[in-house]
Design a protein around this ligand. Structure first.
Ligand code: C2E
Ligand code: MG
Ligand code: MG
Length: 692
């Protein structure tokens, strides 16, 4: 009877197991699968045949051997504990399905009553559940540990959760803020329309993103970048809204600083070149719409370098700041004053109703900069030259406008400084010409177009030629003879003067040796521009190589050079002195050299500038000045050469004033070497006294 019952019971149990949606497996005492239900095959894909032995089970279900080993150990432990305590706990294991899928299951063993080693094991697939659990865990970790502030609001717009970062950023604790409206965090600087608008966007779009000023608990304002998103219920109604935000005040400040650095000059705080370009481009567009012209000023301070060199850069900087302030004071707030760099400023006068205003503003700027500058304990005087160009009359692009204004400024400087010039097409033509001439000059040396001429310098008491000045000549293939007054400044601007100057020097040394055949004491003087003093040269070594006596050489410099507070210049000048080369101050009287400098540098000659000689007549102020210069020079042990002597009267007046040497067309114009040699040989044969 009992076995009948048992057969019946087994049959019923098997039917139940087969019908159950839960996968089951029955292990015999040897832990081999002896039965699996349909749900098992459905879930994991295996038939009983696939997993019937412990080996097959291991190979299929735990392809990772190490993992399989671990699970087996845990399983043994689980069963042992189960038998001991009579409570069998489920074990979480990873199963590999026949199709390769990996599932997490909870394996729950139950021993058969009559044979505890025989097990009925149910396997619950908890993969989805595990994944969700992990996601929730992850979300919670993010919420807790994120550096972004987070807050969750209910459908009723009340704050229901905040994270620790929220409290760190705002200073509000959960107790302070829960159940309050999130809008209380928004800065009071916004009016109700802003908040209503924001609310309406969130309501209609479900999200909002942007930057907004917020207040901390202590009242401090800070800028946040915030994103608000909505979580909906299944029926589409609002469940919660989640706000994520970060404090971007510092980032914003850094951005503003970077913007300032990119657009403003750190010294004067005026807009810089970049800003100026952008603004001018903008103003051009505006002008196209309004049809009102605009003016661009290019302003350069006159002789600023002297201030810098004399008083030092910190003082120069102070002067630039003050100059910038004065210019900005004259124009209107909406007009632009920029500093392009160095002592160059620009002004944009846009939207002009009255063109007369341009000249008025330029006059005011010049007058204002003419006022003395009180820099620390010094009263400093400067002036400014301005070039002005108009849009759209003169040019249409930013670059062209700037170039025009620059050219006009150059002309203002050239015509005496402290003035303004409007750009004209003629300026453009002459600038173009300068440009072409400069290009030609680059070729001149190589093409043998340069030649050194010599102008005799006559010793007045004997009327004999004792010296000659080397003067450069350029025979241009198309233009003919180009004056050094034109091409030397170009050579100086481009730095070509160094190459050209060295060539002149080498020529002069060779030619001097020819002249010395007539007079061993014959001196040749070579002009040397300040630019050349800043470059290296081999002059002293050349002299010693050719056995040329350095006292047969004079270098002509201008007064300005002595005033340059430049170590390199002073060193070079002293080198010449040490090598025995003599030094003459050219064009004396036109610059500002002080007597102490003449003494300090042990100068040998003063060359009185032509401008004093031109109108020389008895009792004229030029006569008085020339006499004064001669007396002073003699007292300091210097000899005097008068330049540009054209008439007998000038020569006689200079002679009577005690002048030592004269140079000028009265005696001879600058001559090619061969002509001077001829002149020197004829002089030999002529009685010099006959000349007087
Ligand atoms: P500078 O050194 O003052 O030379 C004297 C200038 O006066 C020369 O002009 C000369 O030809 C001119 N001159 C001489 N006697 C008379 C006269 O009786 N009447 C008039 N009206 N002019 C007279 P130049 O040759 O045209 O040279 C002009 C300037 O160019 C020179 O002035 C000098 O500063 C510069 N220069 C010439 N050659 C060189 C050179 O090789 N190197 C450098 N750095 N500058 C040079
Ligand atoms: Mg000279
Ligand atoms: Mg001169």
């Amino acid at each position: 009877m009992s076995s009948e019952l048992s057969i019946k019971t087994t049959h019923i149990a098997q039917t139940i197991l087969n019908a159950s949606p839960t996968p089951f497996i029955v292990h015999n005492a040897q832990k081999e699968a002896v039965y699996i239900n349909d749900a098992f095959t459905l879930q994991f894909g295996y038939t009983l045949e696939d997993i019937s032995t412990s080996y097959k089970w291991g190979v299929n279900v735990y392809p990772n051997l190490e993992y399989g080993h671990k699970v087996r150990e845990k399983w043994e432990q689980c069963l042992e504990n189960g038998i001991k305590n009579n409570i069998f706990k489920p074990l979480e294991i990873e199963l590999c399905c026949k199709n390769g899928d990996q599932l997490t299951v909870l394996a729950h063993p139950s021993p058969f009553p009559e044979s505890p080693n025989k097990l009925l094991i149910s396997l619950h697939d908890i993969t989805r559940h595990k994944q969700t659990e992990e996601l929730v865990q992850l979300a919670s970790t993010v919420f807790q540990h994120s550096s972004e502030g987070m807050l969750v609001t209910s459908a009723e717009k009340k704050i229901i959760a905040i994270n620790p970062a929220f409290s760190n950023i705002t200073g509000f604790s959960a107790a302070d803020i829960l159940n309050k409206s999130a809008f209380i965090l928004i800065s009071k600087r916004y009016d109700s329309t802003f908040i209503l608008e924001m609310q309406s966007i969130i309501d209609t779009a479900g999200q909002w993103k942007g930057e907004v000023w917020a207040s901390r608990k202590n009242g401090e304002e800070f800028l946040v970048s915030a994103t608000i998103n909505t979580i909906h219920n299944e029926d589409g109604s609002i469940k919660q809204r989640v706000t994520l935000f970060s404090d971007i005040s510092e980032k914003k400040e850094a951005e503003l600083l970077a913007l300032k650095q990119a657009n403003y000059d750190p010294l004067t705080s005026l807009p810089n070149r970049t800003f100026f370009y952008n603004r001018l481009e903008q103003e051009i567009k505006n002008s196209n719409i309004t049809n009102k012209p605009l003016a661009v000023f290019f302003l350069d301070l006159d002789r600023f370098k002297i201030i810098n060199d004399t008083f030092g850069h910190p003082m120069g900087d102070k002067l630039l700041i003050e100059a910038g302030r004065r210019i900005a004071d004259i124009v209107q707030d909406e007009e632009t004053v920029a500093r392009l760099g160095g002592d160059e400023f620009t002004v944009i006068l846009a939207n002009l109703n009255d063109l007369n205003r341009i000249g008025l503003v330029a006059d005011k700027i010049i007058a204002s900069l003419n006022q003395p500058f009180q820099i620390e304990n010094n009263l400093v005087y400067i002036s400014a030259s301005i070039g002005i160009t108009l849009y759209p009359d003169d040019a249409l692009t930013v670059d062209d406008l700037l170039r025009n204004a620059d050219q006009a400024m150059y002309f203002a400087k050239d015509s005496g400084r402290s003035r303004y010039f409007y750009f004209t097409q003629q300026m453009q033509r002459s600038s173009m010409e300068r440009f072409n001439l400069t290009n030609d000059l680059r070729e001149a040396l190589a093409q043998n177009q340069l030649e050194v001429y010599y102008q005799p310098i006559v010793y007045l008491p004997t009327q004999k030629i004792q010296k000659a000045e080397a003067l450069l000549r350029w025979q241009h293939p198309e233009r003919g003879m180009v004056s050094p007054n034109i091409f030397i400044p170009l050579a100086e601007e481009t730095g070509l003067i160094n190459e050209i100057g060295n060539w002149v020097f080498h020529q002069a040394v060779q030619h001097a040796q020819l002249f010395q055949q007539h007079d061993p004491d014959f001196q040749v003087s070579v002009n040397m521009s300040p630019i050349q003093f800043k470059a290296q040269n081999d002059w002293t070594s050349v002299i010693s190589e050719v056995y040329f006596s350095s006292c047969n050489l004079v270098i002509e410099i201008t007064e300005g050079l002595l005033m340059e507070d430049d170590k390199q210049i002073i060193e070079q000048l002293l080198n010449f002195r040490t090598a025995g080369i003599q030094v003459a101050i050219d064009d004396f009287g036109t610059g500002y050299a002080s007597l102490s400098y003449l003494k300090k540098f042990d100068i040998d000659y003063l060359k009185i500038d032509q401008s004093f000689i031109r109108d020389l007549s008895p009792n004229s102020s030029d006569m008085a000045l020339s006499e004064a210069i001669i007396i002073m020079a003699h007292k300091l042990g210097l000899k005097v050469i008068a330049e540009g002597v054209e008439t007998e009267q000038q020569r006689n007046l200079l002679y009577s004033a005690g002048c030592d040497f004269v140079q000028g067309n009265l005696f001879s114009q600058p001559l090619p070497v061969s002509k001077l040699l001829d002149l020197l040989s004829s002089e030999h044969t002529t009685d010099s006294k006959d000349l007087l």
